[in-house]
Design a protein around this ligand. Sequence first.
Ligand code: ATP
Length: 321
Amino acid sequence: MMKKIGLLTSGGDAPGMNAAIRAVVRTAIYFGMEVYGIERGYSGLIDDTMTRMEMRSVSDIVQRGGTRLRTARCLEMLTEEGQKTAVSTLERHGIEGLVVIGGDGSFRGAKCLTENYGIPTIGIPGTIDNDLEYTDYTLGFDTAVNTCLDVINKLRDTMNSHERISVVEVMGRHCGDIALYTGITSGAEIIVVPEITYDMDSIVKRIDLSRQNGKHSNIIIVAEGACSADEFAKQLQAVTSYSVRSTNIGHIQRGGSPSMADRMLAAQFGNKAVRLLKDGIGNRVVGIRKNEIIDMDIIEAVSMKKRFNYELYETLQMISM
Ligand code: ATP
């Protein structure tokens, strides 16, 4: 059985990372393993900043956003020299396996450690973007969408009073999921996502129709990967007589206390990751599919292309008028 494991958070932070850290540490200690918290993602492996974590090192963090191990984007990890330094740090400390909590990029780092250097590594999908195909949900996505909904509830009040159109920018990098889920659950009439080319004429027609049908305001959710809210609002204002305002939710959607759904994922992902390592299984990522916690080959997982859910998009089109 593996005796010593390492744990890091990498890439963009996401609510629920702390709850996952807690689950990993507590499960490892339950099985009598030592667990080392590596700081600032892969940077901590390269410059050897890690501390042993105990039961109480993870007290009072289940409800906190961010990551207490801190996170970083580490360019050195992209070089062979950086990777070798990272591996020698692990060897020097006798760390036999690694848990990496992060997004797509972080998984590529994990895949590299596993594939090229034989270090058993388990990936936990921690990103608000929900941009990984192999899992239905990533950790942090639910909380981020809930934060967007809070903002939009407030915007609705003022937009309705002034009979305006609100253009709201959400995150997601190249993925439209935050916009799609926020759009459906906030009642937005239109979403603009990187997966679908938008046509301003039909957007204006849709807005006009909604006003004829008795609406007094409109919400348009724009994913950052498609356009900025400012730019989109400018384009729209040029072709409509309704007053348009833009709001960029920005980094607010990355913070805050994780939702029940994210804490539940964190508990299950963290627990599963350590159970796999305990049994000597590495080179896997954990996820959730059809409400079941799953694990799959890390190389296969990172090579899967994220698909957009067109059915949900059509649902939005049908119910938001
Ligand atoms: P998010 O999607 O939330 O931004 P992410 O994990 O995709 O998170 P990235 O910045 O893409 O964020 O990656 C995080 C880190 O993973 C990089 O800074 C780098 O240290 C490491 N990494 C990324 N790609 C590779 C790779 N091909 N080989 C080795 N390490 C990598």
